[in-house]
Design a protein around this ligand. Structure first.
Ligand code: PGA
Length: 248
């Protein structure tokens, strides 16, 4: 499988950012073909980014969507709408959505079902808090999140999992390489028990939390790490593509 390097722009950017992918490509030429680069901008920028990245080998996605496909849901956007404007992936259950907007595993599963129904790929985020890791509960917490956030109807195709320890997001702190490898192995095992070994091996498992050009190589080289979900270091094409170059 190709390595997936995904940028989560969170609530950053303006219309001028739609020109970033093309400007970078013009300056640096095509990127490593073993790597897929995905940018998930704020929803209102998706159409402009899709247009701005045409022919750039860069995919565009959303950071969230509603679980219903339409209706009286003021302020929301459906998976069909993401698809309609050219988005290909939807990040779901990011720890900020879970902590600040009260998203539960059940809601994440409902959203993921809707994303799959729209022929998009859900990136389901899981990860333990610092207290849970210190208490030795990380495996159990992540296991339960995985079990309950992947919809019953999913068959394991077109699914991406992002392991993002909450305490590593935006803090500059990163788990040890051993801890990342061990959690990714644990996640692969759970996916294997649910979907079978072959399908589990084809599911892309991203690591996220303070990934930057200087630590990307050693993280991306770990077994069962198939890419990265990047916040701060993904806001500039320079550092996003520097990370992508470390995935060899
Ligand atoms: P960070 O964010 O790379 O800034 O730590 C990661 C994320 O929120 O997905």
């Amino acid at each position: 499988m190709k390595t997936l390097i995904a940028a989560n722009w969170k609530m950053h950017g303006d219309l001028s950012w739609a020109a970033k992918p093309k400007a970078f490509r013009d300056a640096h030429g095509p990127q490593n073909t073993n790597v897929e680069i995905l940018i998930c901008p704020p929803a209102y920028l998706i159409p402009a980014l899709v247009k701005g990245s045409e022919g750039q080998d860069i995919l565009i996605g959303a950071q969230n969507c509603h679980q219903e496909q339409g209706g009286a849901f003021t302020g929301e956007m459906s998976a069909d709408m993401v698809a309609n404007c050219g988005g290909r992936y939807v990040i779901l259950g990011h720890s900020e959505r879970r902590a600040l907007f009260g998203e539960t595993d059940g809601l994440v599963a409902a959203k993921a079902k809707s994303v799959l129904a729209s022929s998009l790929v859900p990136i389901i985020c899981v990860g333990e808090s610092r207290e849970q890791r210190e208490a030795g509960d990380a495996d159990e917490v992540v296991g339960a999140q995985l079990k309950n956030s992947i919809p019953e109807s999913a068959d394991g195709h077109k699914l991406v999992i992002a392991y993002e320890p909450v305490w590593a997001i935006g803090t500059g702190l990163v788990p040890t390489l051993e801890d990342i490898a061990s959690m990714h192995d644990h996640i692969r095992g759970i996916l294997s028990a649910r979907f079978g070994e072959n399908i589990a091996q084809s599911i892309c498992i991203l690591y996220g939390g303070s990934v930057k050009p200087s630590n990307a190589r050693e993280i991306l080289a770990l077994k069962d790490v198939n890419g990265a979900l990047i916040g701060g270091a993904g806001l500039e094409m320079d550092s996003l593509c520097a990370i992508a170059r470390e995935a060899l």
